[in-house]
Every structure is written in structure tokens, then in C-alpha cells.
Ligand binder design. Structure first.
Ligand SMILES: *[C@@H]1O[C@H](CO)[C@@H](O)[C@H](O)[C@H]1NC(C)=O
Ligand SMILES: *[C@@H]1O[C@H](CO)[C@@H](O)[C@H](O)[C@H]1NC(C)=O
Length: 337
């Protein structure tokens, strides 16, 4: 009995640490999907469930990590450049510069492309199995890219987005990208939430209603003037007034100078004061905040596509839905990886 229990604990822990070395990490992507799920209107949630294969149980959190799993397959190799955006002239922490130039091959373009596809399939329902599967891919990519665009190291090309920036985590070797993809999140859940990702998520939702207000109410606001994009999908995306990936990317890129790359030192232990800074009150619980922001913006866009009648709050946000049971279901997924 005891052996089984400790084996179980050990395998859960090792899955969690595997999470911490991939993508915005399986854990990070799952969390953004879970935040989003809470802000979907029932109508949007219903349509999302119809689009996704039954395996996903209608859960964005389960669909979110998929693009990292398949990006090395021949069929999907073209997608790997859509997870980030390179930034000519940018060299944090001294110079943070993000001037978007349409290239057709980055996360900003990926978000426009996928939103446009979802919008078009909403206008004209797909009728062939092939189109039905392209639509499911578009939703899975959309959810994933919404996570990636909120990871500051996906918005700076320096040293391959920090993958080439050696760092220490306690005594272990890591790199800056891995620190931001998962290690900060995982340690925050361990230290402040007794290793309970559900408590971490609940805290995030509470903070959007309290600590981060009124800023949070404004996360879904896009300035139409700044959002005029030189993108070939504007015909289909202009109705989605909450979609502004260029502005978000600019915001995230600034963080590369002010926090992420600040005082970079390959010998520094990133699990110490740097961790406190990135996850604690010094910067408004930044790591949690980026996940929450990503999820809330994701939900707002999906609501605009699938439930355009749903009321917007005065700042362009949506009324919070209570989906406690869906949440519990999806937390199981976090624990299992
Ligand atoms: C848009 O996405 C489709 C796949 O859904 C892809 O085939 C196409 O190359 C993309 N277009 C651009 C310009 O990124
Ligand atoms: C929301 O954002 C807009 C544009 O950035 C700004 O003008 C407005 O003051 C913001 N409102 C709040 C409540 O932060």
C-alpha cells in the first residue's frame, strides 16, 4: 500500500517537473485554458465543445498544449515558427524594441490567421471531415498561441528567446526560457499554494476580481487605432474588437527589459530573489498575472466569435460564469500532466 502511494506521488511529481521543461509548459498552457474556460459564456462553451474532439471534454485546458506536441511532425513542421516573434534591433535589458512588421511567420500572424479561420467557419459551417479537422486545429492553435504571446521570452529573439541563456535553478543548470516556461510557475504553486494547482488557479481568479482591478477589467480593451494591422485577414478579424496581438506583444516585450533579462547573470540562482521578484508582490504577482491575462483575453475573443450577443461589461470584459465542475475536471489534468 505504502509503496504504491509513494510511487504515485513520485510519478505525479516527475510529471510536474517534465511539464516545467516544455513550451510555456504544459502546466502554463493548461492554466491559461482553465482561466479562459471560467469566462466563457455557456453558449461559447457549448460550441467549443462541439468543435473539439470528444477526447477533450470541451476543455480548452486539455487542448492548449497540443501544438507543442505535434510541432516536430512533418505535417505540422510549418507551425513551429508561429510560437514566437523575433524582434529586429531588440536587445534586452538595454533595448526593448517591438515594431511589428508583417512576416506571415510569427505568433502575431498566427493569432490573426487562426482567429480569421474560426470566424470564417462560424459564418459557414464546415461540411467535409477535412474542414472539420482544420477547424479543430485552428482552435487548438489559437488557444496555444494566446498563451505563447503572453510569455515575454516568446517576444524577444535574443539568444533564441532565452533558450541559449544559461542560468542556475538552485544547484541545477537551466536556462532563462525554461525558468519562464515552467519553473517559476511550479515553484510558486509549491511554495505559496502547498503544491495545489487548484488553489493557485482559484487565487488567480480572485485576484482578477480584486487585487488586479480595475486594470483587469481593461485587459480585453483594444484601441482600434493601434490595432489597425497590416494583416491579410483583417477582413475577417476586424469584427473581433478584443483581438490585438501587436499591442500585447509590445507589452510583453517591455517586460523583457524591466524584469525578465534585467541583471542577467548565468551564475545567478533564479530560484531565489529573482523568483520572489517575478512571482511576488514586487511586480503585482506578475507570473500569475500573465496567465490570467492570457486566459481572459482568450475567452473574450471566443465569446465574440461564438456568442456575439453576450453582454460586454463597460470595459469590454465579459460577465464571469461559474463553472466549478468543469474546473475540477480540468485540474485533474494538470496533476496528471
Ligand atoms: C494560415 O494557416 C494555415 C493553416 O491553418 C496555413 O496553411 C497557412 O500557411 C497560414 N498562412 C499564413 C500566411 O501564415
Ligand atoms: C483602459 O485602457 C485605455 C486605453 O489604454 C485607457 O485609456 C483607459 O484609461 C483604461 N482604463 C482603465 C480603467 O484602466
Amino acid at each position: 500500500m505504502r509503496v504504491t502511494a509513494s510511487l504515485l506521488v513520485a510519478s505525479c511529481l516527475s510529471l510536474l517537473s517534465v511539464n516545467s521543461v516544455q513550451g510555456f509548459g504544459i502546466l502554463g498552457h493548461t492554466l491559461t485554458g482553465q482561466v479562459a474556460q471560467q469566462f466563457l459564456t455557456p453558449e461559447t462553451a457549448k460550441q467549443v465543445k462541439e468543435i473539439l474532439s470528444p477526447y477533450y471534454d470541451g476543455l480548452l485546458s486539455k487542448a492548449a498544449p497540443w501544438p507543442d506536441m505535434i510541432k516536430r511532425q512533418a505535417k505540422y513542421r510549418w507551425t513551429s515558427v508561429f510560437h514566437y516573434v523575433n524582434t529586429p534591433g531588440d536587445d534586452p535589458p538595454g533595448v526593448c524594441q517591438f515594431e511589428y512588421l508583417y512576416s506571415g511567420k510569427d505568433v502575431v500572424n498566427g493569432l490573426f490567421n487562426m482567429t480569421s479561420q474560426l470566424q470564417q467557419y462560424k459564418a459557414v459551417e464546415p461540411s467535409t471531415p477535412e474542414d472539420i479537422s482544420i477547424r479543430e486545429d485552428a482552435l487548438r492553435f489559437f488557444v496555444h498561441f494566446m498563451g505563447d504571446v503572453h510569455q515575454p521570452l516568446h517576444i524577444s529573439g535574443k539568444l533564441r528567446g532565452g533558450n541559449g541563456a544559461a542560468a542556475k535553478w538552485g544547484r541545477a543548470k537551466t536556462n532563462l526560457h525554461r525558468v519562464w516556461d515552467g519553473q517559476l510557475i511550479l515553484k510558486d504553486i509549491k511554495d505559496r499554494f502547498d503544491n495545489n494547482p487548484k488553489a493557485y488557479l482559484d487565487d488567480m481568479i480572485d485576484m482578477t476580481r480584486g487585487y488586479w482591478q480595475p486594470e483587469a477589467a481593461n485587459w480585453t480593451y483594444c484601441d482600434p487605432a493601434k490595432n489597425a494591422a497590416d494583416n491579410p485577414w483583417s477582413e475577417h478579424t476586424k469584427a473581433i474588437t478584443t483581438l490585438c496581438p501587436m499591442e500585447w506583444a509590445k507589452e510583453m516585450n517591455k517586460l523583457d527589459c524591466s524584469i525578465v533579462w534585467k541583471d542577467y547573470d548565468p551564475l545567478r540562482d533564479y530560484s531565489a530573489d529573482y523568483f520572489e521578484d517575478a512571482t511576488g508582490p514586487a511586480h503585482g504577482y506578475l507570473v500569475q498575472k500573465l496567465i490570467a491575462m492570457s486566459g481572459i483575453r482568450m475567452a473574450a475573443i471566443l465569446n465574440q466569435i461564438y456568442d456575439p450577443q453576450a453582454p460586454l461589461t463597460e470595459h469590454g470584459g465579459f460577465v464571469v460564469q461559474d463553472q466549478e465542475s468543469v474546473l475540477f475536471e480540468s485540474m485533474r489534468f494538470v496533476k496528471q500532466g
